[in-house]
Each structure stands twice: as C-alpha cells, then as structure tokens.
Design a protein around this ligand. Structure first.
Ligand code: SF4
Length: 467
C-alpha cells in the first residue's frame, strides 16, 4: 500500500469527528421540535437516539401483565432466517438514515427463543451496520445458551463485548423457579444468577459485558421500586431502568389502573432506594415527559453524578463538550485510536483542557477525594451506573395523535397535542425500509404491531404443513 494511502487512512481513522457523523447529528437536530432544543438536549448533539428491531421474533414464553406485545405475537413461529434477514434490512436503513453509529436493541418477543447461531448472526448484522446491539431478554436462560451465542464452534469469542438488558419484575409469570412471584425480593436470586453468568463469561473467555436491569412499574409494585433499586445496586448491573406501565399492546393483560404511576413518582422511589437525590437535569434525551436519566460513579455505595445541574461550572463544561466534541465516536474504538482522536480534538480546542480538568477535580471532590476514590477502586467498590426512567404512552392517545401527524395536523385536544409533541421528539426509533419511514416505538406498539403480527402469522405459522 502506498504510504500516502496509508497516511490518509490513518488520518481518517483518528479524525475526531467525521463529516458523516456530523451530518447525521445535524439532520437529527434539525428534525427535533423546538420545545426540546434546550441547552441540556443530547439528541442531535452527541447522539441520534436509541433504535430497536420489530417484526422479527414476536413470540415470548412468559406471560406478563401488562405485556406490550400484540395479542397475536405468540402465534408467530420463531424463524432464524426471517429474523436475520429483517434485522439486516432494518439496520441497513438505519445506517443510511441515522448515520454510522448508534445503540440498537435486538427486541421482539424473547430473544433467547432464537437459536444461539441466529441470535449471534443478528448481533453481527447489527454490528456490521455500526450499531451497538443490546439483546432484550427476560433473563430466564442458561449459561450454556449464553456461551453458544457468544462463542463460535471453535470456542472463540465472536464479540469482544456483549450488551444484554434483562427484565425482572413481579408482574412476570412463568419464570423457571419463580412462576408467580408475590414480591420483587423473591426475584433477587434470579437477578443475581443472571448477572453472575456475565462475570463468568469475562473470567473464562475474556468477553466484557454491559448489563441493564429493566422493571415495569404499576401501582402494585411501585412501592417496591426503592427496595429493587437498593438490591440491584449491589449487583453487577450497569444500568437500572424503570418503565411505568402504559395501556399498550395486549389489552387482555391490562389488569390495573396505571395512570397514577408517573415519571416523578418512580424517580422519587429510585432516589429513596439509592438513599440520596439523583440529579438528572443537566442532560436530556428527547422529551422530559418520556425520558429521565442520570449517569455517574458509584463510590463506596454513594452515587456521584458526572454533572451537577446546580453547579454552573459543570454546565459550562457540558456546553463546551457538546459544542466542540459531540459526534466523536468512542464506542467500539480501539484504545490507541481513541487516544489519538481525543488528543487531536484537544489540540484543536486547547482552551477546553483546564475546564475538563476542573470537572474531573469536582467529581473527585464529590466522591470524597482522590484517596477515597483510590481506596474504593482497591476494594472494587467503584463502578459506573446509569439510572433511567422511560415512560411509554397509551395506545388510545398514540393512535389518533399519529393519524393526525400523518396528515400534518396538530390536534386541538391538549392531551393528543401533548402526545404529538412527544412523538415528534421521540428518541426510540424503529426502522421501516419498506415504507421509507422511521417510527417511534410507541407508534410501533400501538398502531403497527397488530397488523404486522397478523401478517407474520400467515408468513410464519406455528405449524408448518408438509405436502
Ligand atoms: S417511544 Fe414513546 S415514550 Fe419513548 S421516547 Fe418515543 S414517543 Fe417518547
């Protein structure tokens, strides 16, 4: 290879922000409604949002109440070839429309009903399109299944790192060993057992993991959100994510009145479990009525937010980073390449170095000082944690709101207008290459899933008739 071509390749690989990523972010920002173009907004600045698959493997072997899957979902056969083909098409379209890098969920029914080879092939198809995949599961599978997904036939890792989100809550029915749990606490051994598989995976095969713990919240278990938070914080989950239930999906499984479980109510229960306030206002993904999150270090049992919304200097650093560094892809980049990227970015903005160091000092101070940080690291009592609440909307509002949006009409009904605002700022997208549309997940589940599953029932019947 001529030296000039090599140099050009190296320059491109270590370029802090590529034109393609920048263009995708600028497009995303331009599409956002004005009400979410706030100083703390991350969409269109450093992220294009989260993505998910649909119509790929709708079946699930648990029976939860509520369940977001359409009534027909369990009448569709799990079919590996169909899954991989659809995942590939959907991811190719997202790559085209949303740029070369995003987080995407491999989601449908239960992912572990896929044969391990098909599960692995779907993850590889997502990665091939620049997506960082996360497999969404109920977590009721054995270690051997995980090994068969992660390792190839020769026992070599197919991936350097895997991400799984496991859903555990007492509204779920049919888990092996906890068929009908009465309390959230009963599920703790299953939560621990799930997370332990990934510790073993790292120790035995060197494959790293990112783990999210998901919980649906209704009036019947909202009182236990605090204890779940307290217990799960002691387990090796990286993210604790809570979803207040919505009237969405299979209406035969709507058993309670979900209206009273608001995003504020859930957040205050999480804070109660964490034993402290969890400031979140410094950053926002999409609409604050849909999402709330905060990220930080957990040091010796205390959460230390990366950004304190009440500290103007922290917000100043946030603004600088969003202005100068957003669009820098860090996930999946080898450490030496990332180091050069960061150095090149800092050389371009040397004035950002003192404020960034100042932020690092403040984080260290909030954690009790360098000595406390080092002591916690030595005792392995330090880790990165993210708290999330994602609040889906009811189908009864999403359907009319979406219908009007397709006609370019803003509703004069305040509730439907609010739904339209939230859909317009959606950060969780599903891809429809066949229609050339990107669809909010609320619309997918409320409006499109029933028809899609009816079609899949015919395409992939449970019993195959042989001639
Ligand atoms: S999927 Fe629904 S609740 Fe979630 S961000 Fe999109 S519009 Fe909001």
């Amino acid at each position: 290879m001529p030296i000039s071509t090599w140099m050009k390749g190296l320059e491109l690989e270590t370029r802090p922000i590529t034109a393609e990523v920048r263009a995708a972010l600028d497009r995303r920002w331009a599409e956002l409604p004005d009400h979410v173009k706030t100083a703390n907004q991350l969409l269109g600045r450093c992220a294009v949002g989260c993505e998910g698959t649909h119509g790929v493997f709708p079946k699930c072997n648990l029976t939860c109440a509520p369940c977001y899957h359409a009534a027909d979902a369990n009448k569709v056969r799990i079919d590996g070839a169909h899954t991989v083909e659809q995942v590939t098409r959907q991811m190719e379209y997202l790559r085209k429309m949303r740029g070369p890098r995003a987080h995407a969920q491999l989601i449908g029914g239960e992912v572990s009903l896929l044969a391990p080879e098909d599960h692995a092939a779907a993850l590889l198809a997502m990665r091939a399109n620049g997506r960082e995949p996360m497999s969404m599961t109920h977590g009721d599978f054995d270690y051997q299944y995980l090994l068969d997904v992660v390792l190839d036939k020769e026992g070599r890792p197919r991936f350097p790192r895997v991400s799984f989100a496991a859903h555990f809550d007492s509204l779920m029915r049919g888990r092996r060993g906890a068929v009908r749990p009465r309390t959230e606490t009963e599920l703790n051994p299953f939560r621990e057992q799930f997370a332990r598989m990934f510790i073993d995976l790292k120790r035995e095969h060197g494959v790293r993991s990112y783990l999210a713990h998901n919980m649906t919240v209704t009036p019947s278990n909202v009182g236990q959100v605090g204890s779940v938070t307290r217990d799960v914080l002691e387990m090796p989950f990286d993210m604790l994510s809570f979803q207040p239930a919505a009237f969405l999906g299979d209406d035969r499984r709507w058993k309670e009145d979900f209206q009273e479980v608001t995003i504020d109510a859930v957040w205050s229960r999480i804070e109660e479990g964490a034993g402290q306030q969890l400031p979140w206002q410094a950053t926002q993904f999409g609409d604050p009525r849909c999402n709330r999150s905060t990220a930080g270090l957990r040091v010796d049992g205390r959460f230390v937010p990366l950004l304190d919304p009440d500290e103007p200097k922290d917000l100043g650093v946030r603004d600088r980073l969003l202005h100068h560094f957003s669009g820098m892809v860090v996930g999946g980049v080898p450490a030496p390449v990332l180091t050069v990227k960061v150095l090149r970015a800092l050389l371009r903005h040397p004035g950002d170095v003192p404020p960034i160091l100042g932020l690092a000092q403040r984080i260290s101070r909030r954690a009790g000082g360098l000595r406390a940080l080092m002591g916690a690291a030595a005792r392995r009592k330090i880790g990165f944690k993210t708290f999330v609440v994602h609040s889906f909307m009811d189908a009864a509002e999403v359907q009319p709101a979406w219908d009007l949006m397709q006609q370019g009409i803003t509703s004069d009904d305040p509730k439907i207008a609010e739904t339209q605002e939230r859909l317009g700022a959606c950060m969780y997208t599903m891809s429809h290459p066949e229609t050339g549309k990107l669809i909010p997940a609320c619309v997918q589940h409320s409006v499109l899933d029933p028809g899609e599953n009816a079609g899949l029932r015919k395409l992939l019947p449970l019993t195959v008739k042989h001639p």
